[in-house]
Design a protein. Structure first.
Length: 240
């Protein structure tokens, strides 16, 4: 049995007690699909209406605790400035396929706090491991998805870019598409900056420990002073 918006959204209450309600005149245009947010590492069932993107956390495998992320979140079309569909890397060096959906715009938690961020990046597809959603395969899903993204982007004057294989649906050229990708990727990396610094710090400590164990503390201390002195000399003299 397929789970559609009428089954998953109608009369739905989030664990915090708020009840989901459709906006006046709101219509489901792309029914239930899978969206994995790379920025939150969270699995959602998604819907697209003429008013907004709706993302609802999954139940069971792949679901996230509401203590970490809101049970539902919305992205109103009027708040979006750019969208890109099609796989592009998240980092300058290759790690997997990357993400195939990037949205620049206000992403609002459906929660008492109503917190928001200004982007989302992730993988959107027909069902994946979830099963029981509206589209049997990616071809049927994209047949519905891409015309909707193009139409609503044009109506809301949003820059909509795609990878080369879907270029017939894009509303902007490859240069504008690259700018949206670069902006979304930079926001994604920025959101993980603290984690990256922590990992680099741990790697640095491990490197020092290995260096001390292989040489001596005095050698490492003098090397550290040399590196620090060289850095400040570069900042003060060479860079100027």
């Amino acid at each position: 049995m397929k789970q559609r918006a009428k089954d998953l959204l109608t009369n739905y209450k989030i664990p915090a007690g708020l009840e989901f309600k459709y906006l006046p005149g709101e219509e489901i245009l792309v029914d239930s699909f899978s969206f994995t947010s790379s920025s939150l590492i969270c699995q959602y069932i998604g819907f697209i209406t003429n008013e907004r993107f709706i993302f609802k956390q999954t139940q069971g495998f792949g679901s996230a605790d509401e203590l970490k992320h809101a049970d539902m979140k919305f992205i109103n079309w009027k708040d979006i400035t750019g969208i890109v569909y099609g796989y592009h890397k998240l980092f300058p060096f290759p790690i997997g396929k990357g993400a195939n959906l990037r949205i620049l715009g206000k992403v609002i938690d459906f929660s008492p706090e109503g917190e928001s961020v200004n982007f989302d990046v992730g993988v959107i597809k027909n069902a994946g491991l979830l099963g029981g959603l509206s589209y049997s395969d990616m071809k049927n899903f994209e047949k519905v998805l891409l015309p909707v993204l193009k139409k609503l982007s044009e109506e809301n004057e949003i820059s909509f870019g795609t990878s080369e294989e879907y270029s017939e649906f894009a509303t902007v050229n490859s240069n504008e598409t690259a700018k949206i990708i670069e902006k979304a990727n930079s926001l994604y990396i920025e959101s993980y900056k603290a984690t990256i610094y922590l990992l680099l710090g741990l790697i640095g400590i491990l490197g020092l420990w290995i260096l001390i164990s292989l040489t001596s503390f005095t050698f490492v201390f003098l090397l550290g002073l040399l590196i620090i002195g060289g850095f400040f000399a570069y900042k003060k003299y060479l860079k100027s």
